[in-house]
Design a protein around this ligand. Structure first.
Ligand SMILES: [Zn+2]
Length: 136
């Protein structure tokens, strides 16, 4: 059975920011997201509306939080990103470049594919930047 995230690049970027900020204890408001994503507030509203329809985020008292499914998507994105980075890095692509390149495809791959790649890499504990691939 295939499992893809079915999100756009902008939705991906948005989820990663929200997830990281929640982890750091600073849940986002619309204005923060607009600044961090470098897009206008109406555009952020649009993205949030779509993410909400997909059941990935919830807006509460001006704050944006991830639903349980959104949290899972965030974890999947991180894993996918770091597995792809590791492959690129092992093949001679620089640390900065492998992050940029991985960002172009990490949200498109099926999680099953990511899992197989992870296994074939020998299940590394961390990405080229030293961040944990699983369980971050
Ligand atoms: Zn990394």
């Amino acid at each position: 059975m295939s499992r893809t995230l079915s999100i756009t690049r902008r939705e991906r970027d948005c989820i990663l920011i929200i997830g990281e900020d929640i982890k750091n204890g600073f849940p986002d408001r619309l204005v923060n997201l607009s600044r961090k994503l470098k897009v206008s507030s109406p555009t952020v509203l649009n993205i949030l509306e779509r993410l909400s329809q997909k059941g990935l985020i919830r807006r509460q008292e001006g704050m944006v939080t991830l639903t349980a499914r959104g949290q899972q998507t965030y974890q999947d994105l991180l894993e996918s990103h770091r597995v792809i980075e590791s492959i690129f890095y092992r093949n001679g692509i620089s640390e900065t470049e492998c992050c940029e390149e991985a960002s172009k495809i990490d949200y498109i791959l099926e999680q099953e594919t990511v899992s197989k790649l992870f296994t074939s890499l020998g299940k590394p504990k961390s990405c080229p930047h030293g961040r944990p691939i699983r369980g971050d």
